[in-house]
Design a binder for this molecule. Sequence first.
Ligand code: FAD
Length: 447
Amino acid sequence: MVLASTERYDPSNVPRITGRAVILGGSIAGLAAARVVSDVFDEVTVLEQDPLPDTPAMRDGAPQTSHPHVLLEAGRTTLEDYFPGFSEDVIRSGGLMIDAATEMKYYENGGFFADGPNQLPMLCASRALFEHVVRERVRGLPNVALSDGCRFINYTFTPGDGVTGVRYRDENGTERTLSATLVVDATGRTSRTPDWLEKNGFEAPDVDEVRVDVTYSTIRLDRPPDERTVLFVPPSPPRTRGAAAIPIEDEQAEFIIQGIHGDDAPVERDAFLEVANSFPVPEVGRLPTEREWASEGIHHYPFPSSIRRHYDGLAEFPDGLVVTGDAIASFNPVYGQGMSVGALDALLLHHTLAETERNGLAREFFSSVADLIDEAWQLAVGADFEFPQTTGPKPRGTDLFNRYVNRLIRSAHTDGELTDAFYRVFRLERSVTTLLRPGVVRRVLRP
Ligand SMILES: Cc1cc2nc3c(=O)[nH]c(=O)nc-3n(C[C@H](O)[C@H](O)[C@H](O)COP(=O)(O)OP(=O)(O)OC[C@H]3O[C@@H](n4cnc5c(N)ncnc54)[C@H](O)[C@@H]3O)c2cc1C
């Protein structure tokens, strides 16, 4: 499932259900889920362990907020559907709408993609700003309460009825119970639902884990106001380092160096500049060397592995509970998919709520989410397996597909139509299968 193959959000299309929904986690997946369940339930409470700021700010509970976040077009369009004017809000706060077809400089397989023939909007801002705009729109929904400083502890469960609510510790440390008709676990990669299932007589989902050992080192640079280029040089074998520069608000750009398979991204200024200047693309070295650094230190983040939990494969799952976002699948961040998959998960929850009663909801939801994750997973994990050091379950056909995509990318160095075809898949707008359409294959195989 990708944007082109699913119905768009339509709030007039869902039933009303009496009662409360509780969302665990107030990050992107949780906020998107809050938006769609607020159409259905009388009352929605989002429980978030962090204090939630009313300005764009990095948060301890989601430490990746200090690193660059690309918002793919499928995610932007979906958030725009949930919150009309979302992109305008981001731009008003200093974000930029660039044309990825001409303003994104993407280097892979020894060259840059040629400019594409069609405009491809790409919204650029810091992760903190994206999250802030979404959070403020959710805060404005009349039946949604954002309860921050509240740490989820456990589900309440009644055999025959399923999950009936949650236990949590409020901002004063007092333990409380909140009843709910539906609970949505959006607590991210460290979700404790698998453990809870096992302790309560259910099976935990099978897990696919693909080890990549990625590290991120991020700085902020001053940016001339008319500089709008996104530079993207992902790691590509045998080069175990990647880099990217993304224009954001406040006339700044975020600049990262990534290392994969233990090639640790540097955390000290001289080493950072040395590594940046070792890239085959001179712009990577020039940016941090010639521009003023707007940040003091270097933020560092280790990401050991992509993880996919197969909730779709479980024979039994308690009613009244669903899991979403990184808590189901957490992807190698180099490909910028997580926020968009979180937004699309919520779209699938919206469709499932339109068609299914509480009992059986999870099964239907997990089954449709599996199709979405298949697409994103194939792109991200497929690319990871270009490195012989990558370990874990390799999707069938990966090597053949990678050989074809590599040839496509080399052809796209001079063929903008192929850039367009590839970017639309990368942006989760179209399915990877569209790269096998005869018109594309002909261009790829042209001598
Ligand atoms: C270094 C890095 C770079 C990334 N770059 C990109 C990118 O370019 N583009 C992109 O789309 N995605 C990117 N991602 C992924 C993206 O950050 C996530 O996919 C996205 O935030 C959606 O995740 P989520 O909401 O499911 O979980 P998270 O963002 O992890 O949020 C989980 C939330 O649950 C809260 N929580 C956890 N436990 C509890 C509890 N017990 N009680 C209450 N609250 C709790 C946490 O405080 C947090 O707010 C990147 C990730 C990393 C690590």
